[in-house]
Each structure stands twice: as structure tokens, then as C-alpha cells.
Design a protein around this ligand. Structure first.
Ligand code: ATP
Ligand code: MG
Length: 411
């Protein structure tokens, strides 16, 4: 991609009303646009990152048997009345609307009800179980506070997987697999070191649910970490669980954190409401056991910015960066286009700063946008024997020959 063709421009200032670091940097670097409080559009660079995150999540969900679908955002009131979650007293963040004939509709804030209802047509016998449908889909929530940029949107993307199992054993087995898949996801997103499996309140069915909490001053949650086990306890249950649930350690470290994902055992709460049953091997009718597994890809993206950026700008991990290489051509030279062609022919994604701008401005844009590798080609570099190569997260640079560049970046 030639930067001269990219319609987004970097800017020195973020909008005055934007208080979160993630949105400030993402807006300044041209990844997102703020439409109103808690509502952000994803621009070409931002969409590339979001899609990279979604694809990592997809790979990990598919690997544990997930089947992707895409449910509607528009929701039928009747379905939600079955669990009493249509009521504004029970759920305080609905966006509701009406058809021209006054029929009420809602914009989905989650999808347990419609999916359980849908699965009634597909689950009849033990042969139909287990089943793990998931989606990456837009949710709407009338959040009271929207000061955390893309980490708390009123319209946001969620990956939500729901498990349908024959019995508790089958459920627990999958629950453990999902835990591991979540660990894989957060380490692939570059958040592994800072993300803790956190015990949270479980509702009625199981003692705990589990959250994945990433340490950050920008977090809205508080967790207590056990340094022996590398697990944590959420602030909301620390009263009843004031020691490490794994080893009993009572010296827990208090930290602020961001909930990047969570997994829940739902038991028969939803299958009871919808009478979602199956016939077992003996022909006896049984209730399906359910679980839900959520991740916010936008929140994860915001978290990466909060946690990994520095004073100059964003630092993307290679796994989700919009491009692998930022090629900066200083002054006029034809070799830059040749290098661009050579890299792209090798399947390396390159943002080519071919604009007629001062070197300082190009360097500052590289730091702000946060692409992992910088390659500078100039009269000076050519005289020194090739191109200057530098990583975004390192101060060291080196001159390497154009021939060595491809293998250097590929491996
Ligand atoms: P929180 O307590 O932070 O509001 P939640 O408990 O409401 O989160 P869930 O309903 O379980 O979250 O949603 C699953 C995942 O979706 C969360 O772990 C988070 O990553 C993401 N998520 C939830 N609310 C938002 C939001 N408003 N904007 C962006 N992502 C969100
Ligand atoms: Mg919430």
C-alpha cells in the first residue's frame, strides 16, 4: 500500500473530548474515527488490525470445534420475555426500537436467548451433541460510562461462543479446552505476560466464572493476583474468596486491569427457559447443559494499545499489525519502488511512505502508526551499502543490503 494513496492522515491532536489513551492514539494515527461517545468507526488501518485479531480468535475457536455463524442484531421481544431479560428492570442497557406498526424490537446486547431458541430446531438426540456455535458480531449496549475509547463501546464487536453439552462432564471438558484456547489467543495478541486467568462470581450454576484480565492502569476492574500460581481473584468476590483458589496463598497483589474476555458455565438456566432437551441413549429426555464464552476484539485491540504503546505512539505485535514493514523513502530514488515490489512479491505486507514529506515527519508517522519494522532507503543508506533497518520497539538500527532484507524480515 502506498501511503500517498491512504485516505487517512495522521494528526497531532486527538479530539478534545477523547480522554482514553487507546482512542487518542488510534484516532491520531488514522485507525478509527469517533462518531460520538462510545461509537467508533474502523478505518482501513484499523479494520486490518481488527480482522487480524478476529482471525486469531477464529483459528483458536475452530481448533476446539467451534462452528461460525452470524445471528441478527435485531431481536424479537418474545424470545427475550422467556427469560425475563426483555424487562428494563432486569437488563439496564437495552437499545430498543419499534417497527412502523409499533411492534417492539431490541438491538442484541448478547445472544443466549435467540441462539438457544434456534438450537431447539437442531438438537433432538444425543447424536446432535456437543455443539459449539460462535460468531463475531456487533452488540449494542447503552453503557452508562463510555470513557474508555474502543474498550467500552455502545456499539462493539463481540466473539461469543456458546457450548451445548450432554452432561456436566462433557461441559467441563470443553470449558477447560476453552480456557486454554483463550490463553493462546491472548498470548498471540501479545498480551500473554500481562493477562491473568481470574476467578469471578459464577452465578447460580458453578462456584466461579473465569475472566481474562490484562493489567493496565486504564482498567476499570480490580483484581488480586497470586504470584505463585499466576491466577487472580476479581474484586467483586474477594470478600468471600480472600485467598488464592488454587493454592490458598493469602498474600495477593492488588492491580487495576481490563477484562478482555470471560467464560461462564450456564448450566440449564437457558435450556430450562426454552425447554431445550435431547433424548439420551436410553431414550430418556434430558436438559442440555450450556456455557458462554466471550471476547471483545475491539476491547482487545484497545488493550494492546494501552499496554504496549510508548510515548511516541503505538507498538503493534507482528501478529496483528496492519503491515509488517513501513518502508520510508527519503529523497528521490527509484530503488524504493523496487524494494517495495520485491517485498510484496514475497508476501510481505508493506506500507510504503512514498509521500513528498520531510524525513522527520515520516519518522514520526512510523512511530505513531506502530508497524513492527522500519526500512529507510535514502542516498545516505545506499552509500553505506543498502537500507537502514530498525524495529519499532528497539532503538538499534543497522544497514543491510537489499538482498538480505527479504530473508531478514521473513524469518
Ligand atoms: P464489563 O464488565 O467490562 O462491562 P461484561 O461483563 O459486560 O464486561 P460480557 O457481557 O461478558 O462483558 O461480554 C464479553 C466480552 O465482550 C467482555 O469480556 C469484553 O471483552 C467485551 N465487551 C463487553 N462490553 C463491551 C463494550 N461495551 N465494549 C467493548 N467490548 C465489550
Ligand atoms: Mg458490561
Amino acid at each position: 500500500m502506498h501511503q500517498s494513496k491512504l485516505f487517512t492522515k495522521t494528526r497531532k491532536e486527538a479530539p478534545k473530548d477523547e480522554v482514553s489513551k487507546n482512542a487518542q492514539l488510534l484516532i491520531r494515527a488514522g485507525f478509527i474515527n469517533k462518531e460520538m461517545a462510545g461509537v467508533y468507526s474502523f478505518l482501513p488501518l484499523g479494520l486490518k488490525v481488527l480482522n487480524n485479531i478476529n482471525n486469531i480468535i477464529r483459528e483458536e475457536m475452530n481448533a476446539i470445534g467451534g462452528q461460525e455463524l452470524f445471528l441478527t442484531a435485531l431481536q424479537d421481544k418474545k424470545v427475550w420475555e422467556k427469560t425475563n431479560r426483555w424487562s428494563d428492570e432486569v437488563v439496564d442497557n437495552w437499545f430498543k426500537t419499534k417497527l412502523k406498526n409499533d411492534t417492539e424490537l431490541g438491538l442484541g446486547f448478547t445472544h443466549e436467548e435467540p441462539l438457544t431458541n434456534l438450537m431447539k430446531d437442531h438438537i433432538k438426540s444425543f447424536r446432535d451433541l456437543p455443539m459449539y456455535p460462535y460468531q463475531i458480531q456487533t452488540k449494542f449496549r447503552n453503557e452508562a460510562r463510555a470513557k474508555s475509547g474502543i474498550m467500552r463501546g455502545r456499539e462493539f464487536l463481540m466473539k461469543d461462543l456458546y457450548s451445548f453439552s450432554k452432561d456436566e462432564n462433557e461441559h467441563n471438558e470443553f470449558y477447560e479446552k476453552a480456557k486454554q484456547a483463550y490463553k493462546n489467543i491472548f498470548s498471540r495478541l501479545g498480551l500473554g505476560d500481562k493477562t491473568f486467568l481470574t476467578f469471578a462470581s459464577g452465578g447460580t450454576f458453578s462456584k466461579y466464572s473465569h475472566e481474562f484480565q490484562t493489567l493496565s492502569e486504564a482498567g476499570e476492574d480490580i483484581i488480586y493476583i497470586c504470584d505463585k500460581c499466576s491466577v487472580a481473584v476479581n474484586d467483586e468476590i474477594i470478600g468471600e474468596q480472600n485467598s488464592c483458589p488454587e493454592c490458598g496463598n493469602i498474600e495477593l497483589r492488588k492491580e487495576k486491569s481490563i477484562e478482555v474476555g470471560n467464560i461462564f458455565s450456564l448450566g440449564t438456566k437457558f435450556s430450562d427457559a426454552f425447554e431445550l432437551n435431547y433424548n439420551d441413549e436410553k431414550g430418556e429426555e434430558k436438559r442440555v447443559i450450556m456455557g458462554s464464552y466471550g471476547i471483545g476484539p475491539g476491547r482487545a485491540m484497545g488493550t494492546v494499545v494501552e499496554v504496549l504503546s510508548d510515548e511516541k505512539g503505538i507498538v503493534w505485535p507482528e501478529s496483528i499489525a496492519p503491515f509488517k514493514v513501513h518502508l520510508l523513502s527519503l529523497g528521490k530514488n527509484e530503488d524504493a519502488q523496487k524494494i517495495y515490489n520485491q517485498l510484496t512479491e514475497n508476501g510481505i505486507e508493506v506500507l510504503f511512505d512514498d509521500r513528498d514529506k520531510k524525513a522527520g515527519e515520516k519518522f514520526a508517522d512510523f512511530d505513531l502508526i506502530g508497524i513492527p519494522y522500519r526500512v529507510v532507503i535514502s542516498e545516505k543508506s545506499l552509500q553505506a551499502g543498502g537500507v537502514e533497518f530498525k524495529k519499532r520497539n528497539s532503538e538499534d538500527s543497522e544497514i543491510i543490503s537489499v538482498e538480505d532484507l527479504v530473508s531478514k524480515i521473513k524469518f
